[in-house]
Design a protein around this ligand. Structure first.
Ligand SMILES: O=C(/C=C/c1ccc(O)c(O)c1)N[C@@H](Cc1ccc(O)cc1)C(=O)NCCCOc1c(-c2ccc(O)c(O)c2)oc2cc(O)cc(O)c2c1=O
Ligand SMILES: [Ca+2]
Length: 477
């Protein structure tokens, strides 16, 4: 079963990239729980190598399974999970079980002061030794499934998940994390591990902890990173019966749509018909921690750096029923390796200002943007309804309803959208939720009038700050 384990009335996952555990706990209580976010993907909790320039990807080179990183220690992690569960926000841990570190020219020290000797495959803090790793062949042919699984990805020493000691070590790590109260895991680099080995591991995971508010018998929500844009020897379809898979086609296609490269009118049948996995098997996103900075998937997915189109892409994702959506909330970067903001002691800087409670310079906090957090509410209100009343102008103006509970329209033409469009909403004056909120019965942004036949006056100027207008039944005045 593919249950996210979200608390009823909560939806949408946010990847709080490189946030500290104490700050995440604070954000659960002061923002995410109240806004109805369903869950948080946290950065890896296992001890990672310290690379002198502190690139963001150092956290994807584990040194041990100790819960010691720049995000915090075990006590802080446990406290954060407790506070977020109490706020109705679930925690999903990003775990790296395919590999340990690569070889480096400097002595290898971890964020928990563990040492390791990668050339001799000695990771004493686990412990792992040479017998726990595959031979050090390199992945050169991505069309050879054996190489992709049994050789080293960019020099990262590749664990042998068919080895009993490796399996038991991973299972113990994941079960300890489950006992801390988390709701599931992101499996990093799943494509580089055999589905049968992963299945063995998943089947030996405990049920979620009843001591942390989960009903008995709940299974951890597992979503697997499988970068598959088609054309490689390994298919995402090898993994989606084990658990959910990251659907990379999704963000790529929506970015092309909002950029005007592919006409929005084609998105009328967006979903499995586009060669994507079944909706319940798809963890969907516009950008992720890797391709937002490196455009590694060949295309150029939208990011916070192109805010108008990015917000339209996120709004489409949150308004559309396909997949399980995740947004990223990241730090500003100027080069693709750059790590998170840190102080002179290389401690992570808190994204939250103690004084104002808002996010500080250097942290984008996409999850706080009104145009994004209000669409989280939209998604919750329309939950369970289908897309209907699809309209398009034959190119880059589209609109659709979600049952009789919500309506959204997009204009990515160079000219205005100004139409009476049919919705399934009952008549009335609705607060438009991209441009504002409804506070004490008043609309702080635009209003949209729906007449007694369900026709809405839809106007989106081509030079407007946002190319989207959205209304739903919760904010009718
Ligand atoms: O750009 C990066 C890091 C990227 C990255 C990190 C974590 C991820 O979850 C991810 O998806 C990508 N890393 C830089 C620097 C680097 C890091 C380690 C290393 O041994 C060599 C170089 C880089 O240029 N990497 C080469 C291209 C990206 O190749 C990587 C992939 C990857 C990319 C595309 C694929 O289709 C694929 O199947 C795997 O996954 C990783 C997973 C990891 O757990 C750790 C990694 O270092 C990587 C990783 O290097
Ligand atoms: Ca492997």
């Amino acid at each position: 079963n593919k249950d996210t384990n979200y608390v009823p009335g909560h939806d949408v996952m946010v990847h709080l990239l490189e946030w500290k555990w104490t700050d995440i706990a604070e954000e659960c209580e002061s923002f995410l729980g109240l806004k109805g976010y369903g869950g948080i993907q946290v950065s890896p909790i296992q001890e990672n190598i310290i690379i002198p320039t502190r690139p963001w990807w150092e956290r994807y080179q584990p040194v041990s399974y100790r819960w010691l990183t720049r995000s915090g220690n075990e006590r802080q992690f446990r406290e954060m999970v407790e506070k977020c569960n109490q706020a109705g926000v679930r925690i999903y841990v990003d775990i790296i079980i395919n590999h340990m570190t690569a070889d480096h020219s400097f002595p290898v020290i971890g964020t928990g002061n563990s040492i390791a000797d990668p050339p001799s495959r000695d990771y004493s803090a686990v412990p792992y030794n040479r017998s726990d790793f595959h031979k050090s062949c390199s992945i050169v042919d991505y069309n050879d499934p054996n190489q992709v699984r049994n050789c080293e990805l960019v020099g990262l020493h590749d664990l042998d998940q068919s080895n009993e000691h490796v399996k038991q070590t991973i299972i113990k790590f994941m079960n300890d994390v489950i006992d801390a109260g988390v709701a599931g895991f992101r499996i990093d680099a799943a494509k580089h591990m055999w589905p049968s080995d992963l299945n063995f591991i998943y089947s030996r995971l405990k049920n979620l902890s009843t001591n942390h508010g989960f009903q008995s018998g709940k299974r951890p929500y597992i979503y697997q990173e499988v970068i598959d844009m088609g054309g490689e020897g390994i298919s995402k379809m090898e993994y989606n019966d084990l658990g959910v898979v990251t659907e990379f086609r999704y963000g790529f296609e929506i970015s092309r749509g909002m950029r005007g490269i592919n006409s929005l009118k084609w998105f009328k049948n967006f979903g499995e018909m586009w060669g994507m996995v079944p909706s319940n098997d798809a963890l969907v996103f516009i950008d992720n921690h890797d391709n937002q900075r490196s455009n590694s998937d060949g295309g150029s997915v939208l990011t916070y750096k192109e805010p108008k189109m990015y917000k339209m892409a996120i709004a489409f994702m949150l308004a559309h029923p396909y997949g399980i959506p995740r947004i990223i909330s990241s730090f500003a970067f100027h080069n693709k390796d750059q790590g998170p903001p840190s102080d002179i002691h290389e401690n992570l800087v808190s994204p939250l200002s103690i004084k104002t409670g808002s996010c500080v310079e250097g942290w984008i906090c996409e999850h706080r943007w009104r145009q994004i957090s209000n669409m989280v509410h939209f998604r919750k209100v329309v939950n369970g309804t289908v897309v209907s009343e699809w309209w398009d102008n034959g190119n880059n103006q589209i609109a659709f309803s979600r049952g009789n509970t919500g309506f959204i329209a997009f204009n990515s033409e160079t000219f205005d959208l100004n139409q009476k469009l049919h919705t399934k909403l009952s008549s009335g004056v609705y607060c438009e939720i991209i441009s504002g909120n409804k506070i004490n019965g008043n609309c702080t942004g635009k209003t949209v009038f729906v007449d007694e036949n369900g026709y809405a006056d839809v106007k989106i100027l081509s030079d407007a700050e946002d190319g989207t207008i959205a209304i739903h039944v919760d904010v009718s005045r």
